[in-house]
Design a protein around this ligand. Structure first.
Ligand code: ARG
Ligand code: ZN
Length: 869
């Protein structure tokens, strides 16, 4: 276990590293030459990380070393004879084709056609060469790659090209020089038969850059959208943060075999192909949005992550939370801020809130870890982004920019900490941001209670805010956090009333108050006839709000709130009230209040179609499950179905009519307005199918065949399959046939079947594990089938006889031996066993205990242990 409090500066640094690598599928020969510098203040023996390769030779300052000159336990190399300025040369060999963990250097694809690629964050570089593999050691890299020209025509690494040429026997070489010192986790290389597309780009500062995207020959035709997105992101970072690109080339490579979404290696981003490739026939609107967002995210890391990097892995959110926030703002600018905010908060509520409420809860800056790979979490990324959003809001637009400029000025070329970040932002603004450090250090989602009292006599409206955070593992007592609450007070005509506090003249329609203790009252003066408060507008803090609204209050807000996010959230809250009542055995009145409030929206021509689609969608199953203890998964599923059915019954005719109107103009175009219409089109189809199963299924079957693009085709197929329509079987077979050779699209087929809410979906998933196109070696496929099954299929995964858990247990046991990172992520689906009703709880617990006894990898063991603790 590594503790934040044990941090010490590196005793040894590497100023330069020269890597010389001979590549082939089954063997890479890695020669490295490190120039070492010792910190004179620390009297420490040189210790380098290195594992998973075979050492051929070591030389110090030109002299070959013998077995007595060093120790290497297979993880750490210790060398007492090294001194300041020493040069360490090593030769090591490794087999990329045997690396199924996809960390370090590995083969993507087959022996015959695949290509070589790396993933070094967080600790993959140590699987390639000896190095102080920690982010606060920044070195200058020169990399020379050699390989057979026919098998590996493309040879890439970080930085600028620095020569290439022919070698005897059909081999060739290429050299790369990166002028920017970087930590080892940003190292990358790629070698193989890849094709590329290329575009020139001139930065605002006038640097000419060549942008290239590389992919396998069958995928290169689908990279154009990513290229356009990249140019938009580059321009946006220049305009909004004054940040320009800093090398002569910028390269992106797509691979189907990748543990995560993508990786920001300096000048050589490597992407999971599903977040890079896009074409109208095979990609849905969601896919397009993800590509744009992730291309931007990785590009933005060039400044927030690469130029300024993290002191240690505890500071991971320094780069991830900040970069997610930058991407969110970019995506909002490219499309709609309200829709983007709704999507981001949905993600937060579905992934981060449950994490924060369960056994894996950890602060945005964890105090310790045993497997760092397990901390690339929704908390570090998405809650981290919420913290940045609060801080940026606190500083205001100009102050935020001033603070970020100062952050780059102070820390460019260095590794920084979250304290340093807060200081750099606060000082030029005369603001003390240190109270926000508590947000970084405290796990758990605060519950914010709000009560409004109006005194008609004095015309004073008093808003009382209270906060409480439940204990989380290792943190029994919680501090009060600074919580910014953006608010308005709506009058009976729905318009915001001017808000004035003591000592102020004139009121404003919207303001932010900050709750800076356990409880506080805010008094607004001169208030005439308030109707309802609109609190936490735009989701101004990552908290659970309990405001005690009645159904009538929420229906009023749904009609009138000028904040689109809060309007949507009013619908969510109405649906939650209805769900709660259904779980208590009633719910008729509450579902009617929700459905009645939504029905008139179908006639509101001014409402954005995508917003309408979101307004008429109840919260996700995961969010609803959070509201119940102990959880009977079948009851949760049934209540959500009842909610959907009640809505469909009320608005089915309107939805059907709207569907027909939208279908008439649907041409599959990719502009924002067309995408927004399609979102509603698909939601209307879902409502129609519940309202009139037979007629609706006919329509869905037709839409499946005639679909102008993947968004509609995928949605029509999903409706047929999830609603068990008679046409489902044929459509599923057709989809498989059409896309069998396209990995990304076939994943949609696997994921959809994993969700079928029937008990025999367990057998179906088991059969799909044996499908010729399924492989535990491919993380995308594992997530599509198994993660979807565990996270989204309440009926089958939680089958009373435990068959769903057993299936997951055996898959995890096998996966642990293949790819620990992916096994550990999949295992998080079992974390909430304690919340289940007694019978299932016991079954899942036993399953976790058998697994922990079998687990080999530290990653899986860590997740299982913390889940059971
Ligand atoms: N830094 C990458 C990104 O957020 C993610 C890399 C995660 N790698 C890992 N081994 N967990 O863009
Ligand atoms: Zn990132």
């Amino acid at each position: 276990v590594v503790h934040l409090r044990d941090y010490r500066k590196p005793a040894w640094r590497v100023e330069r590293i020269e890597l010389d690598i001979d590549l082939s599928v089954r063997e890479a020969i890695v020669r490295s030459r490190l120039t070492l510098a010792r910190d004179p203040a620390q009297n420490e023996v040189l210790t380098l990380d290195g594992e998973g390769f075979a050492l051929q030779s070591l030389a110090l300052d030109g002299a070959q070393l013998g077995a007595n000159d060093y120790t290497w336990d297979g993880r750490e190399l210790r060398m007492p004879r090294a001194r300041d300025g020493s040069v360490l040369e090593s030769v090591a060999t490794l087999d990329p084709s045997a690396n199924s963990a996809l960390q370090g250097l590995y083969l993507s694809g087959s022996d015959e056609h695949g290509f070589l690629v790396t993933q070094c964050e967080a600790q993959g570089f140590r699987r390639i060469a000896f190095f102080p593999d920690r982010p606060d050691v920044l070195a200058r890299y020169t990399v020379t790659l050699r390989a057979d020209r026919a098998r590996f025509p493309v040879l890439l690494s970080n930085g600028n090209p620095a020569g290439a040429g022919e070698l005897p026997d059909g081999r060739h070489w290429a050299r790369w020089d990166d002028p920017h010192p970087k930590p080892s986790y940003l190292f990358a290389l790629v070698a193989g038969r890849l094709e590329s597309i290329e575009e020139p780009y001139v930065t605002a500062e006038g640097r000419a850059v060549t942008l290239r995207i590389y992919a396998e020959p069958d995928a290169i035709g689908r990279c154009g959208y990513a290229m356009e997105a990249l140019k938009r992101a580059m321009r946006w970072d220049e305009e909004h943060y004054g940040r320009n690109y800093d090398l002569d080339v910028f390269h992106i490579v797509a691979t189907h075999d990748f543990n995560m979404g993508a990786m920001e290696n300096k000048g050589l981003n490597i992407f999971n192909a599903k977040y890079l490739l896009a074409d109208p026939a095979r990609s849905s609107d969601d896919d397009y949005r993800h590509v744009e967002a992730i291309v931007a995210h990785e590009y933005f890391h060039n400044w927030t992550g690469n130029r300024v990097t993290c002191r240690d892995w505890f500071q991971l959110s320094l780069k991830e939370g900040l970069t997610v926030f930058r991407e969110q703002e970019f995506s909002g600018d490219m499309g709609s801020h309200a829709l983007k905010r709704i999507e981001d908060v949905q993600l937060l509520r579905r992934a981060q809130f449950p994490e924060d409420a369960g056994p894996l809860a950890h602060p945005v800056r964890p105090p310790s870890y045993s497997a760092i790979d397990n901390f690339y979490t929704a908390t570090v990324y998405d809650k981290g982004a919420e913290l940045i959003r609060m801080i940026a809001g606190r500083l205001g637009r100009a102050g935020w920019r001033r603070g970020m400029d100062e952050y780059f000025r102070r820390h460019d070329g260095h590794a920084a900490s979250i304290e340093e970040f807060l200081a750099a932002l606060g000082e030029p603004n005369g603001a003390d941001l240190s109270p926000y450090l508590d947000w970084y250090e405290q796990a758990g989602t605060p519950e914010l209670r709000a009560r409004g009292d109006y005194d008609a006599q004095s015309k004073v409206y008093t808003l009382t805010l209270k906060q409480h955070t439940a204990p989380t593992p290792g943190q029994a007592h919680k501090r009060a956090l600074p919580i910014p609450v953006r608010l308005a007070l709506l009058g009976h005509d729905g318009r915001p009333l001017p808000l004035r506090m003591a000592g102020e003249t004139g009121g404003v329609a919207e303001r932010v108050v900050e709750l800076d203790g356990a409880s506080r009252a805010f008094r607004f003066l001169g208030i005439e006839k308030p109707r309802v408060a609109s609190l936490l507008r735009g989701f101004s803090a990552p908290v659970r709000l309990e405001a005690g609204y009645t159904g009538d209050d929420l229906a009023f807000a749904l009609r009138h709130d000028g904040d689109e996010f809060n309007r949507w959230d009013a619908s969510q809250q109405l649906a939650r009230l209805a769900f709660d009542a259904l779980m208590r055995g009633g719910g008729e009145r509450e579902t009617a209040v929700w459905a009645d409030a939504l029905a008139p929206l179908f006639d509101d021509a001014s409402l954005d179609p995508a917003l309408l689609a979101e307004l008429v969608t109840p919260p996700d199953v995961i969010e609803l499950t959070e509201r119940v203890t102990p959880v009977d998964p079948l009851a949760v599923h049934a209540a959500r179905e009842a909610l959907e059915n009640a809505l469909a019954l009320r608005v089915g005719a309107q939805a059907a009519a709207r569907h027909e109107a939208l279908a008439r103009v649907e041409r599959g175009a990719l502009d924002g307005a067309s995408q927004n219409r399609r979102r509603l089109l698909n939601r209307c189809l879902a409502l129609w199918m519940r309202w009139q199963p037979e007629a609706g299924a006919e329509v869905a079957a037709t839409r499946y065949v005639l679909a102008a693009g993947m968004t509609e085709r995928q949605a029509a197929l999903a409706q047929l399959v999830l609603r068990a329509a008679p046409q489902a079987h044929k459509a599923l077979a057709d989809f498989e046939q059409r896309y069998r050779d396209d990995a990304i699209t076939l994943d949609k087929w696997f994921a959809l079947q994993a969700q079928i809410p029937e008990r025999d979906a367990v057998e179906r998933v088991a059969a799909l594990i044996d499908h010729p196109r399924f492989s535990l070696r491919n993380p995308n496929r594992v997530h599509a089938l198994l993660r979807t099954f565990a996270a989204r299929n309440l009926v089958a995964f939680h089958r009373a006889d435990g068959a769903g858990y057993a299936l997951m247990e055996s898959a995890l046991e096998r996966l642990d031996r293949i790819n620990p990172t992916t096994a550990a992520r999949l295992a998080t689906a079992l974390k909430d066993w304690r919340r289940l009703e007694p019978d299932r709880r016991e079954r899942m617990r036993r399953c976790l205990e058998r697994l922990v006894a079998q687990a080999r990898s530290p990653e899986l063991t860590d997740i299982l242990r913390r889940s059971l603790a």
